[in-house]
Design a protein around this ligand. Structure first.
Ligand code: SF4
Length: 396
């Protein structure tokens, strides 16, 4: 059995992408080729930690014996009050950057110089904003561990800030080229951090932020709801089960392009020379057919749309061709948006009769004579009808 050390986001994500790559990294401990952009990210994180750490304020931590609050008095005994803290100067910041700089992983001196200049620019711009509006961090680069309903997890969190309302905001710096609000919304890394912080702090998590350093843009989203965390918990459980049972199948995909272990991977074994040409032809044919399929699909959609427009223009649902007649059919579905359905069901005490707005279950209530007619009327009004048209062909 493989060890079941706590899962970090990175370990979870690696296994979910390719279990064999996970094994190469976490069991065989094979080294990866250093990459300049990772080194760059590490250096920038180190300098930001130096900049932010003097501004730390107390946070309420959970302890093994219950909940404990570090008091401001205790904290003041060991450091200056937030208003008295002097940030490092921009010269000190750049000196810290020079000291932290690592040359590992760049493909050429030119590339390294480009990254170095990018880092100076990015840190100076961040610094200006930071001194104008310093945050109230309760933690920087903090390592947190938790047992999440039986699953051990851990992670290093760039920054945890105190919000104006007394809650906590998790901040993760990103040095990537692009970043969007959708990235923050979908980030499983932030979800895992939320669980880690909720397990280790008594204050509520009020926000999750991916901070895009290149554009100085904080992409802030609300904390994940329970249902979303439950889905992630299930995924982590599946990964943990896979690790425990040593299920290390290779799972090829686009990610193979950045995998250092192709030479060890069975998926990258050469096919026998005798079959190589035949298999290549098969793949090429499959590729060509796929392209044709896509093209046919697009043509089909365009033609159907044109027929729909003609049907509406001439007010007909039957258009003859030379060997078949096209018949325009209608399909009707009802949808019950949760925000409209829930209040009616809850006020009538019927919430447990409908799961996820299932239209069949709603129809069951609409036909149920024992339900108050007024409730059924309101229920019917909560629905929205969706009409879809499609074409059939029949012999002339
Ligand atoms: S090359 Fe692809 S399939 Fe093979 S170990 Fe790497 S990621 Fe997995």
């Amino acid at each position: 059995m493989a060890s079941t050390a706590p899962l970090s986001y990175s370990s979870y994500h690696t296994y979910a992408e390719c279990p064999l790559r996970w094994k190469f990294l976490y069991v065989d401990r094979l080294p990866e080729t250093p990459r300049g952009y990772f080194t760059f990210g590490r250096v920038v994180h180190t300098v930001l930690e130096d900049l932010v750490r003097p501004f730390l304020v107390p946070g309420a931590r959970r302890t093994a014996v219950g909940e404990a609050q570090r008091t401001l008095d205790e904290w003041h005994a060991g450091g200056a009050a937030p208003s008295e803290v002097r940030p490092m100067t921009s010269e000190e910041l750049l000196a810290a950057y020079d000291r932290a700089w690592l040359s590992e992983g760049y493909t050429s001196p030119e590339e390294e110089a480009r990254y170095k200049a990018l880092g100076r620019d990015l840190l100076l711009r961040y610094y200006k904003r930071f001194v104008k509006e310093p945050p109230s961090p309760v933690a920087v680069e903090e390592h947190l561990e938790a047992r999440w309903d039986g699953i051990p997890i851990h992670g290093y969190i760039d920054r945890i800030d105190r919000t104006d309302d007394g809650g906590l905001e998790i901040v993760d710096y990103k040095t990537s080229r692009e970043l969007s609000g959708e990235d923050a919304r979908a980030s499983e890394q932030l979800s895992i951090y939320q669980v880690l912080v909720e397990s280790n702090y008594t204050e509520p998590v009020e926000g999750l932020t991916l901070y895009h350093l290149r554009s100085l843009t904080p992409h802030r989203v609300p904390p994940r709801p329970r249902e979303e965390l439950e889905v992630l918990h299930e995924r982590l459980g599946t990964v943990l089960d896979g690790i425990r049972t040593e299920a290390f199948e290779p799972t090829p995909g686009r990610h193979c392009g950045r995998c250092d272990f192709q030479s060890r991977c069975p998926e990258f074994r050469a096919v026998p020379a005798t079959d190589e040409a035949r298999l290549m032809q098969l793949v090429d044919r499959f590729d060509a057919l796929r392209q044709q399929e896509r093209q046919v699909g697009e043509d089909l959609r365009r033609t159907a749309d044109e027929l729909h427009r003609a049907a509406e223009q001439f007010g007909v649902h039957r258009i003859p061709g030379s060997s078949h007649v096209a018949l325009r059919r209608r399909e009707e579905t009802w949808q019950y948006p949760a925000e409209r359905l829930r209040p009616v069901l809850e006020s009538a005490g019927l919430a447990d009769r409908v799961a996820n707005g299932d239209p069949a279950q709603v129809r069951g209530i609409l036909r149920d004579a024992s339900v108050d007619p007024e409730v059924r009327r309101r229920l019917a009004e909560a629905g929205a009808r969706k009409v879809t048209w499609y074409w059939d062909l029949e012999d002339v």
